[in-house]
Design a protein around this ligand. Structure first.
Ligand code: HEC
Ligand code: HEC
Ligand code: HEC
Ligand code: HEC
Length: 163
């Protein structure tokens, strides 16, 4: 059969149009084409939770936790500074989490999502079921020492560090 450019283009187009549609559902949860939600940053939550956002920004030291690292970084090596990020930023080392102050400025402080988990799906669906509400001591102990967590006591602590 003679070479037919039109047919060639036809098949090429099919591949481009169909392939992503065929691949996506395999990885998709039906919400974003991803299995797990990514971090969106506290300012995204503000649109719908103005009250919590306002209190958090005013009272929680978390909302300024990157400054604590900046203040103390003199004399530290790059690697030592990176170790601070796992607690002082949002989602460092996790998919869609903090990378650097330049690349992911919206995640540079420890924000809403260090407690509530990555918010991407919830922001899209607005469903309560797509965000974490109930927390346990273990959630806090990822960053706070258990002695400190107990010293604060759980209940007042939870609201002290939140909103
Ligand atoms: C587009 C609007 C919207 C955005 C943006 C949004 N939310 Fe929500 N959120 C809602 C709605 C609507 C509810 C349900 C309110 C209700 O049931 O009273 C809700 C409920 C919640 C709840 C309670 C869940 C429960 O089980 O009761 C939490 C916690 C929450 N949001 C956290 C967040 C966080 C953290 C962010 C940012 C990552 C965020 N939301 C961004 C709309 C939004
Ligand atoms: C990703 C790490 C991380 C997690 C998880 C975390 N915190 Fe924190 N929290 C911090 C950091 C960092 C600070 C200190 C910020 C600073 O001063 O620079 C802080 C500060 C606090 C404070 C000090 C009071 C203030 O002014 O903010 C309280 C209380 C607190 N957190 C409670 C909690 C509770 C309760 C939980 C669990 C529900 C929790 N935190 C989970 C990182 C975390
Ligand atoms: C394992 C988690 C974790 C790591 C890693 C970590 N921090 Fe913290 N940091 C915290 C928590 C939690 C607090 C709040 C302590 C409290 O109030 O109980 C805090 C508080 C601080 C404060 C005190 C802020 C204030 O208002 O008193 C400074 C400064 C600070 N961290 C700097 C750093 C630096 C710099 C690094 C890296 C060398 C670092 N942190 C690594 C969890 C961590
Ligand atoms: C230190 C952990 C922590 C942080 C940070 C945090 N929250 Fe929460 N949040 C909680 C806890 C714990 C509850 C559940 C209170 C309950 O159900 O008793 C909660 C409840 C909520 C609720 C449900 C309504 C309510 O007030 O009970 C919303 C909405 C919410 N948070 C939004 C946010 C937003 C927006 C941010 C950031 C601006 C944020 N949270 C930061 C711990 C946190």
């Amino acid at each position: 059969m003679a070479y037919c450019p039109a047919k060639h283009i036809f098949f090429f187009t099919i591949v481009i149009l169909i392939a992503p549609g065929m691949i996506t559902p395999a990885f998709s949860s039906g919400k974003s084409g991803r299995e797990n939600p990514v971090y969106v940053g506290s300012s995204t939550c503000r649109h719908c939770h103005e009250a919590e956002y306002g209190k958090f920004m005013t009272y929680a030291k978390k909302s300024r936790s990157f400054e604590s690292v900046e203040k103390m970084k003199k004399g530290l090596t790059e690697d030592e500074i990176k170790r601070c990020f796992s607690c002082h930023t949002t989602g460092y080392g996790k998919p869609g989490g903090f990378v650097s102050a330049e690349k992911t400025p919206q995640l540079k402080n420890a924000g809403c999502e260090v407690c509530h988990g990555p918010g991407e799906f919830h922001v899209k669906t607005k469903k309560p079921g797509d965000i974490k509400r109930r927390m346990t001591l273990e959630d806090c102990e990822k960053c706070h020492t258990s002695e400190r967590v107990r010293a604060f006591r759980f209940k007042p602590l939870i609201h002290g560090g939140a909103h």
